[in-house]
Design a protein. Structure first.
Length: 256
């Protein structure tokens, strides 16, 4: 079986010195491609260095994470644009996050609009980080309806109703990770209702580790656990889930 981890952070300091082992374990588990989410200028160069040393299995995103958007966000955006000639498969991870407060909400919304415009200009999909800001996100998305913006909601933990809502905006997928395996997880219960051809697999490693390893460090080699959970909930074989989600990732993010 072949899998693609559509959102991970192998260059995160949690993996320092272990990157090669992390990649090897993922490949042994059948994870043939791992897409590295961009965060900000503090992490971008190490991420690119790792990706460019493993072009056969790693890909990069380019974007400014909402948690890194503050009053100086335009400086961060300028730093990001220095990388626009390097290879990347998506603009991400970008979005809105009000979990720790909304004092930077206006900056986040402006930065998101700018990066949506860049994604359209560059012909790239977007990878969305969305936390406690759903209505503001859809208000912005309304302005891009019919313009060809496409992408995925990373670490999707919303309701089936939210899934249906994003489908009205065109070619949109949802990234499912370890959260779906958590006890009493709302999104875990919604898995049977979400069409397989709209699902992407992801880890968000080193975060959101699936059961039975919850509480430990996550890594891309755990993608098959997530796929097996989806297969069980949908009454499908793991092979069917692997094949369809891998194809979904290639359709949205490829060619790599």
């Amino acid at each position: 079986m072949e899998f693609i981890d559509t959102h991970t952070h192998i260059s995160d300091e949690a993996f320092a010195g272990e990157e090669e082992a992390i990649i090897s374990r993922a490949l042994e588990a059948g994870v043939t491609r791992m897409i590295q989410a961009d965060v900000d200028s503090s992490e971008r160069e190490p991420m690119y260095k790792l990706v460019e040393s493993h072009p056969e299995c790693l890909s990069a995103m380019l974007g400014l994470y909402p948690g890194s958007v503050h009053s100086d966000w335009r400086d961060e955006l300028d730093a990001m644009l220095l990388y626009k000639e390097r290879k990347f498969c998506a603009v991400g991870e970008i979005g809105l996050d009000y979990h720790y407060g909304a004092e930077d909400a206006e900056y986040q919304k402006e930065a998101l609009r700018v990066q949506f415009d860049l994604a359209l200009e560059w012909g790239k999909p977007v990878n969305i980080h969305l936390r406690e800001a759903t209505e503001d996100f859809f208000t912005i998305l309304d302005d891009y309806r019919g313009r060809g913006l496409r992408g995925n909601l990373h670490a999707f933990s919303g309701s089936y109703e939210t899934f249906c809502r994003i489908q009205k905006y065109g070619d949109w997928f949802v990234g499912l990770g370890g959260v779906i395996t958590f006890k009493n997880s709302g999104i875990g219960k919604a898995v049977p209702d979400i069409p397989l051809d709209r699902i992407l697999l992801e880890t968000d490693a080193p975060y959101l580790t699936p059961v039975p390893y919850r509480g430990k460090r996550n890594e891309s080699s755990m993608i098959p656990i997530i796929a097996s959970f989806i297969a069980e909930r949908k009454g499908l074989s793991p092979e069917v889930v692997a094949n369809q989600t891998t194809n979904n990732a290639k359709v949205l993010f490829g060619p790599f």
